[in-house]
Structures are given as structure tokens and as C-alpha cells.
Design a protein around this ligand. Structure first.
Ligand SMILES: Cc1ncc(C[n+]2csc(CCOP(=O)(O)OP(=O)(O)O)c2C)c(N)n1
Length: 561
């Protein structure tokens, strides 16, 4: 057998050990210093690779995949500013507890700080945002490095999954000497054959295994009466949580990202909680699980002067209004399972009845429309069969939360709520197969247009609510009080997004008709490939509709005690 050069040996051991730790997907951005890693991951039979040109997009592509799959995802890049471009994705992964493994190639340390090409100090570049960082020296043929390589990978994978703290991003920086391609002489440098073993443990075992610590069920304190669960995005099994809530006979307010929608889950809380919590819907205590958002009207509930518990497996402190009275670090399902069902279920049935009445009224209000608005498009998506829904920050995730009645979990980068990386997040989520629907604003799409430069992937339909800029700002105080509002905040661009996407080779169309929109989008989802539908929306009309929906909400509320 031909012996590999040291860089190739190291890269092969790294790729293989990551696979043994569950990595089946790697996002690769092109570069020379990272050649050994790119080739090793691509050649590994158990790892699927995708190539994304722009590292900022690549980071978000990896995040999109992390959001729909529990396994860690590796992102491979070359040295220099390539690595710095991962920062937005690392920040989001840090806040959303996603196992993103950044694997950067580096120059050997003796080339640092002497003006060598494409060489920057990569050590600890993401600071406190990563759970773990390790800088590996370049391999050489002098000794057996295998335990070090594989052991470091074992630790990287374990840390990304929360071993020792919480899940989140890790950064493994690996210095390589040339040749970085699998030959001993690449025409400009030579490498000795690496003759030590690089195999992993027998039976596909891990070099060092880890056990994800099982948190003990927390003591829930003295709770009396009827509880209410607010479910956000978090680390729990939605089906089991739903069953526990039904057993306890507590209502569940299920945000779009909770994975709990469908059945008896309450989805109209954004409108039910307008102004205040109706008397008949007041719980004796509130239990929040996961990170709650995006509707800030939930604050009406968490501000109630009743016990406010938050259960999070990783000890999260998701309490933006400082309302929580008790933080419980435990598996939410185990904690709920430890509770006794109280007497009566009047609160649960009151919420379910109010939710149904509100949904009907909202649908009636939207049913009057002939032209599309943000809420109208989100509502239309409810009629479409999709496997996952990716929503952009800004209004799309809010509109999905309020108006898309779907089973399953909506995916959105709401850890840091950036509008960046949208196209790539959608592609990453789509990489798992099935039909992916991606709803964004026009600015979010423009922000990551370079994300279209990637390998062709499964079936994704991008639906762009094109209101000619950032419609969110119409709802903020800037709209009334900021000089230069349009240019400084809304950012009108006048660009033809369908033409832009076509330039990237994406099948695109403009669809101004609300009537039949869902059927047309559904048809595109059935056809494979990437499609983009631009839905032009007039900001003024959109704003009026949002106000009409709030008026509708107030009149339904008036009928509740
Ligand atoms: C990376 C990043 N830059 C800037 C912002 C601030 N911001 C929040 S919403 C928004 C406008 C988004 O516009 P669009 O995607 O068209 O959605 P719409 O507001 O119309 O729903 C901006 C610029 C942000 N959240 N993230």
C-alpha cells in the first residue's frame, strides 16, 4: 500500500474519527491549505460533502443542517480571512446551542507573523463563543500522532454535544505542511511517507467515548393549581412533552420553533395576548421550556405575578424580561413527568376554545384579501405539504409564528436574530432531503445571495416577500421619529430578485396573486430542484392588514371574560 504523506495521514484520521462520532455531513469551502482535509472528507464513504464558496454562507449552511439533524456538522475552510467569515455562524451556534465544528487549515507556526501569504493568527479567533478550541501542530513522519489526532477529534465532538457544559460550536485549527495533496512530491515540495498506523479502534469504535450526562429531574417546588406551558425552541422531545401536558391537563402555547404544533397546541397567543392576559386565561403558574420567541406579547404572561418556572436541560437563562422566579436545570419532559395532575381542566379547555375562535376570526380577516401581504403569505403556507419550513429573521418568522398552522418545527436563526446566512441555512436544512420551504424578506435574501453558489441540493422553494426593503422598521419607532427613515432603515433597493436568482441559475418567477399561490408553491415543491418565487408586497397595504388583524384580535378578546 502506498503510504500517505503526513498531511494526508492526519486529515484522513481526523475525517474518520469525526465519522465515528456521528458526523455524516461536511461543508467544504475551497482552498489550498485545506486541500488534505477537503479530499479526506470527500473520500470518506460515510460522509456526504457539499461545496459552498463563501465561508460566511458555508457556516450558515452547516447551521441549517445542525438545526434539522442532531449530529454535529463539520465546516472545513482554508487559512486567513476564510476562517474569519465563519464568525456570524459561530455566534448563532453559540446562542442556539448547535454542534457546529469549525475545522480550519492553518500554516505551520513558523510561518506566522513574518508576512507569509494568507497567514493570520487563527488561535482562539472566536474567543469565548466556542465551547472548546484546539490548535494542532503540523504532522511529520517522525512519530505516531494517531492517538493525538483521534483523541482531539473525540474531545471536539464531545464538547460540541455539550460534554462539560452545553452544546455549541467548537474550533479545531490544524496546521499543515505541504504537500497538502496526496502525493509525496507535488512539484514544489516533498513530504516523507507517513509510516505509522492511522487506523481507528476496532469495530468502528471511538478513540475516546463520552457519555452525555443525564440531568437529574429538578425539584419543581411547591406548585398549586393549573399550570400553563410556553414552549419555545429547546432540547426536548416535542411528542413526549405534548403527552405530559395532556396528562397534566395544562394548555401548551407552542411557538413555531417548538416542534409542538398540531393537535391541541395553542398557536394564536400573539393575538390572544394583545394588550393583556384575559382573566379566563390566567394560569396559576407558568412553565417555560426552551427559548421562547418571536412574539414579545408572551411577555404579558411571563409578567403575571404567579410562579414563573423555566426548565432547560442545559441550564439556559432565557429570561429577557427577568420574570423567571425559578430556573430548573433538567430534561423538561422528566420534570413534567414528576408532577401530579391537578384537579380540573378548565384552563386548558378555555385556551383551546379561545384559540379556535381567534384562528377563525384571523382567517376571516385574511380571507378578505385579494393582494398578498406578509401575514397573508404566511397563512397560505399552512395549506402546503412540506417537510420543513425555514423562516428568515425579521417579519417572516413572526408571520409564520402567528399565521402558519403546521405540524413540525420551523427553523430560524433566532439565537442572534441575524438576517444573514438565510439562503445557506435553507440549503443546509434541505440537505437532509424532503421538501423544504424557505420564507424570507427581500433584504435577507440579498444579504446571502452568494449562498446560491453551492452544489445542487434537494427540493427547496424560496418564497420571498418583496416589500422593497425592511418592512419590520415600519413597526418600530424609527418609522415616525427618524429623519432619513427610508434610506437609513428601510433600505429600498429596487432590484429584480427573480433576475438576480436567475443569474445564479435558479428557476425564478414573480407571483403577485394571492389567489392560488399555495397551490403554485406546492407544485414547485413537488418538482425537485431549487425554485424561487418573488411575491411583491406593498408596504402600506401590509401595514394596514397588520392593524386590521390586531383590531380583529381585540374584538375576539372582548368576547372572552
Ligand atoms: C446581519 C444583520 N444585519 C442587520 C440586521 C437588522 N435588521 C433587522 S430586520 C432588518 C430588515 C430585514 O428586511 P427583510 O429581510 O426584507 O424583511 P422584512 O423586514 O421586510 O420582513 C434588518 C436590516 C440584522 N438583524 N441582522
Amino acid at each position: 500500500m502506498i503510504q500517505p504523506n503526513p498531511s494526508t495521514a492526519q486529515a484522513r484520521a481526523i475525517a474518520d474519527e469525526f465519522h465515528r462520532h456521528g458526523v455524516v455531513y461536511a461543508v467544504i469551502s475551497p482552498g489550498s491549505r485545506s486541500a488534505a482535509l477537503a479530499i479526506a472528507f470527500d473520500e470518506h464513504p460515510g460522509i456526504e460533502t457539499v461545496v459552498v464558496l463563501d465561508e460566511r454562507s458555508a457556516g450558515f449552511h452547516a447551521l441549517g443542517r445542525c438545526r434539522v439533524d442532531s449530529a454535529p456538522v463539520v465546516a472545513v475552510c482554508t487559512s486567513g480571512t476564510a476562517l474569519a467569515n465563519y464568525l456570524p455562524a459561530v455566534v448563532e451556534a453559540d446562542l442556539s446551542l448547535l454542534p457546529l465544528i469549525v475545522l480550519s487549515a492553518d500554516r505551520p507556526p513558523d510561518l506566522l507573523k513574518i508576512g507569509a501569504n494568507q497567514t493570520i493568527d487563527q488561535v482562539g479567533i472566536f474567543g469565548e463563543r466556542t465551547r472548546w478550541f484546539c490548535s494542532m501542530p503540523p504532522a511529520d513522519a517522525s512519530r505516531d500522532w494517531n492517538p493525538y489526532w483521534r483523541g482531539s477529534v473525540s474531545q471536539a465532538a464531545a464538547r460540541s454535544l455539550g460534554h462539560g457544559s452545553r452544546p455549541g460550536p467548537v474550533h479545531l485549527n490544524v496546521a499543515f505542511r505541504e504537500p497538502t495533496v496526496p502525493v509525496t512530491d507535488d512539484g514544489r515540495s516533498t513530504g516523507e511517507p507517513y509510516s505509522h498506523p492511522i487506523e481507528g479502534r476496532s469495530s468502528n469504535g471511538r478513540w475516546q467515548d463520552h457519555d452525555r450526562a443525564r440531568p437529574t429531574a429538578g425539584h419543581m417546588g411547591d406548585l398549586d393549581g393549573q399550570g400553563l406551558i410556553v414552549a419555545g425552541e429547546g432540547d426536548f422531545d416535542p411528542g413526549s412533552l405534548e403527552r405530559e401536558a395532556a396528562r397534566l391537563r395544562w394548555p401548551v402555547l407552542a411557538t413555531a420553533m417548538s416542534g409542538l404544533r398540531g393537535g391541541d397546541a395553542i398557536t394564536t397567543y400573539h393575538h390572544l395576548l394583545i394588550d393583556a392576559v384575559p382573566l379566563s386565561l390566567r394560569p396559576d403558574f407558568v412553565v417555560s421550556v426552551g427559548r421562547v420567541g418571536p412574539s414579545d406579547r408572551i411577555g404579558a404572561l411571563t409578567a403575571l405575578d404567579v410562579p414563573q418556572l423555566q426548565i432547560d436541560r442545559w441550564g439556559g437563562w432565557n429570561d429577557p424580561r427577568r420574570d423567571t422566579t425559578r430556573f430548573v436545570q433538567a430534561d423538561p419532559v422528566e420534570s413534567l413527568a414528576s408532577m401530579e395532575a391537578g384537579a380540573g381542566e378548565s384552563l386548558r379547555s378555555a385556551w383551546i376554545d379561545a384559540d379556535r375562535a381567534m384562528r377563525l376570526a384571523l382567517e376571516d380577516c385574511l380571507g378578505e384579501d385579494t393582494v398578498p401581504t406578509g401575514p397573508g403569505v404566511a397563512s397560505a403556507l399552512s395549506a402546503i405539504e412540506f417537510d420543513r419550513l425555514v423562516a428568515g429573521s425579521s417579519m417572516p418568522i413572526r408571520d409564520v409564528d402567528a399565521h402558519t398552522v403546521h405540524r413540525g418545527r420551523a427553523v430560524a436563526n433566532r439565537g442572534a436574530s441575524g438576517i444573514d446566512g438565510f439562503v445557506s441555512t435553507a440549503f443546509g436544512a434541505a440537505s437532509l432531503g424532503g421538501r423544504t420551504l424557505a420564507l424570507s424578506g427581500d433584504l435577507s435574501l440579498l444579504h446571502d445571495a452568494s449562498g446560491f453558489v453551492t452544489d445542487p441540493l434537494g427540493s427547496v422553494v424560496f418564497v420571498v416577500v418583496d416589500n422593497g426593503g425592511g418592512g419590520l422598521f415600519d413597526l418600530l419607532p424609527q418609522a415616525e421619529h427618524a429623519p432619513g427613515f427610508e434610506r437609513l432603515f428601510v433600505t429600498p433597493h429596487g432590484l429584480d430578485l427573480a433576475a438576480l436568482a436567475s443569474a445564479y441559475g435558479v428557476d425564478s418567477s414573480v407571483d403577485p396573486n394571492l389567489d392560488g399561490l399555495a397551490a403554485r408553491i406546492g407544485g414547485l415543491l413537488e418538482a425537485s430542484g431549487t425554485h424561487l418565487v418573488v411575491v411583491p408586497v406593498d408596504r402600506e397595504t401590509d401595514l394596514k392588514k397588520r392593524r386590521a388583524l390586531d383590531d380583529t384580535a381585540r374584538s375576539v378578546r372582548a368576547g372572552l371574560s
